[in-house]
Design a protein around this ligand. Sequence first.
Ligand code: SAH
Ligand code: SF4
Length: 380
Amino acid sequence: MTANLLDFDLDGLAAFCEQLGEKRFRATQLFRWIHQRGASDFSQMTDLARSLRDKLPCVCHITPLPVLSRQQSSDGTIKWLFDVGGGNAVETVFIPEADRGTLCVSSQAGCAVGCRFCSTGHQGFSRNLSTGEILAQLWYAEHHLRAQFGQGERVITNVVMMGMGEPLQNYSALVPALRVMLDDHAYGLSRRRLTVSTSGVVPMIDRMAQDVPVALAVSLHAPNDALRDSLVPLNKKYPLAELLDACLRYLPAAPRDFITFEYCMLDGVNDQVEHAQQLVALMQRHGGRGVACKLNLIPFNPFPDSGLMCSPPAAVQRFAQILLAAGLVTTVRKTRGDDIDAACGQLAGDVLDRTNAAARLATARQTEQTVRWMPKERTL
Ligand code: SAH
Ligand code: SF4
């Protein structure tokens, strides 16, 4: 089988070209054709030597993921379902806003972490996506949207690794993909506009600080270990104190001077006054050593058999007010694209079953609704 060039970052592509006896600048040219111009056919690449254009199809290819479906919400949110083979599919969501376009990208088919409130987790783990499969989501979305909007400029300004899967449990494929997203010869995203969300794979948080220090979001969901053990089983391996220490260590490398913490609001489970107070105390304990944080409260998106419900708005507001009063920067997220949410539930059963669609998508469609920003972000 020949190589899929979507699998390479620029260094990888340069090494591949070297094997073909080609210089690095040829790799840069190829890389730009692929990622900046969305080319998948070598014959389009008119500034490459004819001999190279003829040789490339024999040794490599540029193969995107087949699209199983595309849905568009009245608010402009678009989701694609991509076929990754073997009966697996992954989802990617584009969320347009006035000042940016965010793509929510998947890193795995399924997820091994098994969080109680997450439909992906309930379905178990199928497999890691390759670098090329992670990048194919961005490659397709960017060039498809550019064609749709009829403009030559970049449409996707932000990427969040918040689709299906735990990105830090697919680290070796993730890192080259992030490098391509950041590369000025490809998508040229700034590190602050590229976010990796993790349920807390502590050693990989440290490695990411060294290898590719992009913005970090940590899925917290509980203010104490007993509750977090039951919601995010990975907590048994990397408990809260270790996780927050890793966040502190990450901070000097982080592109922004804070870490985002996600907290999914579950009715009667983690949304009580005592939980908010414990969360404040937890952050202050670690804040003593300088964690700056931003808390995102996410309304839970229910799915069949979860046995969980979303906290009522009053409970979310009460929770937020306690955090805000303690000086924690807190936002409540609002779900977008409700009309395709409905349509999402109507997808053919077999596709829905193997893609954990509903809950993961709602997460991706969330957009920030600021409750109240503190006048000045405080270091906790
Ligand atoms: N595995 C990574 C990234 C993907 S999940 C992680 O857990 O961080 C992205 C976000 O969606 C996480 O914060 C996760 O907690 C949240 N999420 C998962 N299921 C959800 C649901 N049913 N409703 C709302 N948010 C959910
Ligand atoms: Fe995996 Fe994230 Fe879902 Fe937990 S929330 S099961 S880590 S995708």
